[in-house]
Design a protein around this ligand. Structure first.
Ligand code: ADP
Ligand code: MG
Ligand code: MG
Length: 897
């Protein structure tokens, strides 16, 4: 029989690269242990054991025995035994998955206490009974909630009652007798909800807690968080069992959290919160108000200095911002957690730049430390404070951005109002994991308690959502759905503005202005200038490196000279998609109507002749804006009836005219045309190349306009590079027909070099790309249509109708319109690239669908070897950065092979 896998690792056996198996928390506890830092001893049960448990519903064979062995070793290391009455070993049972999911899963502290050992614990603590009973009541509370699903409020109400009876709001005022009575109350609550007495057997407590941690992987909020953060659903969590150390042993004890740099701005320094005489969760839960970490220097200089030393060790070791959890037990410092800390988008750029300056990382690594989504966030507008609006209150700028919306006071209302299209700000005293769905729905989050490390702050930063936390002047009354500050009351539905950078809260709507980063891209800010915003200079360096590294070119989708010029400032290296549809709108509609209604060859040609100079002028403007760079112009794509008034509109005007006895004339003719041209499935109807082949002269007019515009620009000394793109081709014959005519016209105008290519957006085109490449000098993937046709659904019809369900069921991780479906649509792309290049080795290949600016998809397009991506102007910088990252990633992957 095969031996069981190793399911349990002692902290000395692990390291930081084992996060897949030991979870982030377990792997980093092991790393710190092996760095010689003061970590209480313990062991970690692997994610593999968790997965086995979750699939079969019971612990895998061998797990129990392995836990026995490690528990015995732990008992020996501590010289105490679990469940022993006079000198009990207590442990924490902690969740910890591969990717950090702050507060989403469960942890139980003080496991091992019971009615007897509580006295032993007191004795060991020098007769501190208060401490022992406090620890015991915490165990029952956490164990009850986590293992037996006892409603948390029941415990909280009992605690409030005890405080009220004492006439205090501070849990520290409860004495040993109060806490002992509270334990009795807790046990009753436990028995009532759990249907059994609180287990007195220490090992049973531990085993049940381990199971509960495994199970918490499937907790609703964890599922929701993973979906939001795109964390795979099948990883499972590891469980770390750690010897307890006590921060609730009196004023010379305490617990805290810290960052090695400011996670909101990247500034170096000491950022953290500390709470004396408290245990673990008190800090993040905002139960009492914490003090800034700096003040620890005054309380306990030795521990403080040691902590600073450890923080610098960790930064150098991880070569990144770290966040940590620690506890001081009677003057002795213990490290309980570290991880590479979450940070804001701005901080990510600034820190990456700083680490390069400090010689800890190189620029290649720096561009891997940031991403396009973060860059996108930095391009969001900020508040325009030129009218000097007076802030109502100030809290902690916990996650940057400028959010304006109606105040709401609970997650359910946030979701409901957001559904009906309202922008909302979720206001809470503090958030907890049950608020997650509401946080997702809101534009921003405002809390009256908690610092940069509170639940609200951490989760909001992770989501890139604006958050102000700890605005303690706010008196939030969630039941009455209002908050009050200095006599001003804001009720549900009142508009407020919150600034996640400065922490300021305003009444009403504060106007917003463009971001510094956008101004830099626009060329309004010089990044090399003295005193420039550190963010701008960091973005500048990182973008320069991305540009130097990337293989993919980045073009833009632009239909006007103005868009083209802006995109060029943003770094576009040409136009990958210039749509010509808009050139048929506005006052030109009338010409299109004439074209459609034409009864004779002559009438039609007249309409086309009138359109020609207008189109030519459009192209001149665009070629000038993109002088020297390629411009891919797509011949008209949508069905012509889209340019006509709607059926209803026409029917009404015809009816009205008849009613009045007037001649409906043109309206009647248009109505007839609209009826004739009506399509069941316009997406699959008379559009694209089909139009060009059916309506004589239409494509010819467009080709002539392009060629003449190019000739005109060239004659003026410009350097136009037009490329003509034929949409919706499915068969090479379609392209050949269009091509033959186009070549004639181009030669006729003397425009010089104009390349002709096609979109690949019909699956048949991808599958016959070898043939099509014979007639195409370039391919451009229209991944939106390709996705629609590969899946057989239209975006507009399905996104609201059933995508949410598909995402819930895991059929998609994300909408295939947002990020390319690598396996299906991506396969068509690969086939077309490979077979197209076989037929024509110098075939140029790009993408012009919206996927061209989606970070994930950019990596895919790099992998399959496209020459360029094309995206909307605002996404150009994002695509540049991601293309650089993709190149570095490829290099790293081939190095390590
Ligand atoms: P989370 O992932 O929610 O932070 P943790 O497992 O880190 O959960 O634990 C919750 C709190 O309990 C943290 O503040 C942590 O530092 C503290 N804690 C965990 N294990 C111990 C221990 N062995 N001794 C003292 N405090 C602990
Ligand atoms: Mg933690
Ligand atoms: Mg298309």
């Amino acid at each position: 029989m095969a031996a069981n896998p190793v399911y349990v690792y002692d902290f000395v056996e692990g390291n930081k690269d084992m996060a897949d198996l030991l979870g982030g928390k377990g792997a980093n506890l092991a790393e710190m242990t092996n760095l010689g830092l003061p970590v209480p001893p313990g062991f970690t049960i692997t994610t593999e054991a968790c997965r086995a448990y979750l699939t079969t519903g019971h612990e895998p064979g061998g797990l129990r025995e392995q836990v026995d062995i490690h528990l015995t070793a732990l008992e020996e290391a501590r010289g105490k035994r679990l469940g022993e009455a006079t000198d009990p070993l207590l442990v924490s049972v902690r969740s910890g998955a591969r990717y950090s999911m702050p507060g989403m899963m469960e942890t139980v502290l003080n496991v091992g206490l019971n009615d007897e050992s509580v006295a032993g614990l007191a004795m060991q603590a020098g007769g501190d009974e208060r401490f022992a009973w406090d620890s015991y009541r915490r165990l029952i509370q956490m164990f009850g909630k986590t293992v037996c699903e006892v409603p948390g409020e029941e415990f909280e109400h009992a605690l409030d009652d005890a405080k009220r009876a004492r006439g205090t709001v501070n849990d520290l005022d409860l004495d040993a007798a109060d806490l002992r009575a509270l334990v009795d109350a807790y046990k009753k609550i436990f028995a009532k909800h759990a249907g059994r007495e609180f287990p007195q057997d220490a090992r049973e407590q531990m085993d049940l807690a381990i199971r509960a941690v495994f199970d918490s992987w499937h907790a609703e909020r964890a599922v929701l968080y993973r979906r939001q953060e795109r964390i795979p659903a099948d990883l499972g969590t590891a469980v770390s069992v750690v010897a307890m150390v006590f921060g609730n042993l009196g004023p010379d004890s305490g617990t805290g959290v810290a960052f090695t740099r400011d996670p909101a701005s990247g500034t170096q320094g000491i950022y953290g919160d500390y709470l004396a005489n408290a245990q673990g969760e008190d800090v993040v839960a905002g139960i009492r108000n914490t003090i800034p970490l700096q003040e620890l220097e005054r309380l306990d200089k030795r521990s403080y200095d040691q902590l600073l030393g450890i923080m610098s060790t960790l930064e150098n070791h991880y070569r990144d911002l770290c966040d940590i959890e620690f506890t001081i037990e009677r003057g002795k410092l213990w490290m309980l957690q570290t991880r590479v800390g979450k940070r804001t988008a701005a901080a990510a750029f600034i820190i990456a730049g700083q680490l390069v300056d400090e010689g800890l990382i190189d620029l290649d690594e720096a561009i891997l430390r940031v991403n396009g989504a973060q860059l996108g966030q930095l391009m969001f507008p900020r508040f325009d404070l030129s009218d000097e609006p007076k802030p109502l209150a100030k809290g902690v700028g916990a996650s940057p951005g400028a959010a304006v919306g109606k105040a709401v006071f609970d997650a359910a209302s946030a979701i409901e109002m957001a559904k009906s299209g309202e922008a909302v700000i979720l206001v809470r005293r503090e958030t907890n994991p049950d608020d997650l769905a509401g946080m997702i729905a809101a534009q921003g989050i405002l809390t009256s308690r908690g610092g940069k490390t509170s639940h609200a702050a951490v989760v909001a930063r992770g989501m890139g959502k604006t958050c102000v936390s700890g605005a303690d002047a706010l008196e939030v009354d969630t039941r009455k759905k209002k908050f009050t500050v200095d006599g001003t009351t804001i009720v549900e539905g009142d508009v407020i503005s919150i600034d996640g950078t400065t922490g300021r809260v305003y009444v009403g709507e504060v106007p917003v202005q463009p971001s510094e980063v956008v101004r830099y891209f626009e060329g309004d800010l010089d990044a090399d200038q003295e005193g420039v915003d550190p963010l701008v200079s960091a973005v500048h360096r990182i973008m320069a490196h991305a540009d130097a590294t990337r293989r993919l070119r980045v073009r833009t989708n632009a239909d006007t000279g103005q868009d083209a010029a802006r995109a060029r400032r943003f770094g576009a290296e040409g136009i990958g998609l210039c749509r010509t549809e808009h050139m048929f709108l506005g006052e030109r509609r009338e010409l299109v109507e004439r074209l459609i209604l034409a009864r004779t060859e002559g009438e039609r040609q007249e309409a086309l002749d009138a359109l020609l100079p207008l189109q030519r002028a459009d192209f001149v403007e665009i070629f000038e804006a993109m002088d020297g760079l390629p411009v891919t112009v797509r011949l008209i794509d949508p069905p012509l009836h889209e340019f006509l008034p709607s059926l209803e509109e026409l029917a009404v005007s015809v009816a009205v005219a008849h009613e009045r006895g007037e001649n409906a004339g043109k309206a009647e003719a248009l109505l007839a045309a609209v009826r004739r041209m009506h399509e069941q499935n316009p997406m699959l109807g008379l559009r694209g190349v089909r139009l060009g082949l059916v309506i004589p002269g239409l494509f010819a007019m467009q080709v002539r306009a392009i060629a003449e515009a190019a000739a005109e620009c060239a004659a003026r000394g410009g350097s136009p590079h037009p490329e003509i793109m034929v949409p919706l081709v499915g068969a090479v014959q379609e392209l050949e027909t269009v091509r033959a005519e186009a070549e004639r016209i181009i030669a006729d105008t003397g425009a010089g070099e104009v390349s002709i290519g096609t979109m690949i957006e019909v699956p048949r085109a991808a599958l016959t790309s070898g043939q099509i490449a014979e007639a195409a000098e370039f391919f451009s993937f229209g991944t939106n249509d390709l996705t629609q046709m590969a899946w057989g659904f239209s975006r507009d019809d399905v996104e609201g109708a059933f995508f949410w369900r598909y995402i819930e069921l895991g059929i998609f991780g994300i909408s295939p319109f947002e990020s390319i479906d690598r396996d299906g649509v991506g396969r068509l792309v690969r086939i077309a690239v490979d077979e197209g290049r076989v037929a024509r080795p110098d075939l140029k290949v790009g993408v012009c669908g919206e996927h061209g600016g989606d970070p994930e998809s950019v990596h895919f397009f790099h992998e399959v070897g496209l020459d360029y991506v094309s995206c909307s102007p605002f996404r150009v910088p994002i695509a540049r950065l991601e293309a650089g990252r993709a190149s570095v990633e490829t290099a790293v992957a081939s190095d390590s092979r």
